[in-house]
Design a binder for this molecule. Structure first.
Ligand code: CP
Ligand code: NVA
Length: 304
């Protein structure tokens, strides 16, 4: 198995590497004492161009639990690409740190950071992907249902970053994924091609639809915000485009689905009702906890 050098999408992973990462994440979760010094002496920059709760805290606390040190950089003290170029930012960070975790507006910023720094870069969300989220989601599905190749998941909402990484992750894991979006909000064609190429090899199945009824037969249904960070859409337009795709307990019952997933933050009363989000059907806090374990597995693979 080749070693991992970065995590910019999930394209870097083979199906075997994905399974290995998930097993490592489980081991770190259940036997943390074995990994207390895994990142001893390592420093990691956490660079955020956008707000975050889960990603920031789970990386910061997770790195600390592995014996490493993290430095949080927001955009208040010199926005990347404004005070100095992204490449200069990357070169300088490499003078002091061992890896960069970055949440950025565009995927190309991650590529520039990786090329200029020469140290491992981990995507903490971009316009195109959210690989750390998808790893935590696959871990959660594995804990809940076992063998991922027997799992059918439906994704409902905007076909962007979270959806894209789920597509690649599901393809690598040999899962069945049904992507349901409003017209004009489907996933990027290039990402779809990449995921389908992987699916052909693993036996995964990916399908696209505009109809919520296609989620029928899934064990879990996943949704995300109607309007991602950095985008804007007035309330009436959001409702016009996405209103038919709101998830509630009644919708899940009608579809015969027992579990809800959401990357969070949730917009209560928009993509999901409060009663469903607060119900036993919601796996959302297990997903949030698993962010840390999945990311720690990535960092151990990259640096230990
Ligand atoms: N799911 C997720 O990435 O949450 P944050 O935006 O709070 O980091
Ligand atoms: N699609 C959302 C995910 C947030 C974790 C966004 O990009 O804002």
């Amino acid at each position: 198995m080749t070693s991992l050098h970065q995590l910019l999408s999930l394209q870097e992973l083979s199906p075997e590497q994905l399974q290995h990462l998930l097993q490592l994440a489980l081991q770190i979760k259940h036997q943390p004492a074995l990994y207390q010094q895994a990142l001893a002496g390592k420093s990691i920059a956490l660079l955020f161009e956008k707000p975050s709760l889960r990603t920031r805290v789970s990386f910061d606390v997770g790195i600390h639990k592995l014996g490493g040190h993290s430095v949080y950089l927001d955009q208040q003290n010199g926005a990347m690409g404004k005070r100095e170029t992204v490449e200069d930012f990357g070169r300088n960070l490499a003078c002091w740190t061992d890896a960069i975790v970055a949440r950025v507006y565009t995927q190309s910023t991650l590529e520039k950071l990786a090329a200029s720094s020469g140290i491992p870069v981990v995507n903490a969300l971009s316009d195109l992907y959210h690989p750390c989220q998808a790893l935590a989601d696959l871990l959660t599905l594995h804990e809940t249902f076992g063998d991922l190749s027997q799992v059918q998941l439906a994704f409902v909402g905007d076909g962007n970053n979270v959806c894209h990484s789920l597509m690649l992750g599901a393809a690598l894991a040999g899962m069945k994924l049904v992507v349901i979006t409003p017209p004009n909000h489907g996933p990027d064609g290039h990402v779809l091609q990449q995921a389908q190429a992987i699916a052909t090899k693993t036996g995964a199945s990916l399908s696209l639809s505009h109809h919520l009824s296609e989620a029928h037969g899934s064990q879990a249904i996943y949704t995300d915000t109607w309007v991602s960070m950095g985008e804007s859409m007035d309330a009436a337009e959001q409702l016009r485009r996405f209103g038919d795709y709101q998830l509630s307990s009644a919708v899940l019952e009608r579809l015969g689905i027992s579990y809800l997933m959401h990357c969070l933050p949730a917009h209560r009363g928009q993509e999901v009702t409060s009663e469903l989000l607060d119900s036993k059907a919601a796996l959302v806090l297990q997903q949030a906890e698993n962010r840390m374990h999945a990311q720690n597995a990535v960092l151990v693979q990259l640096l230990a």
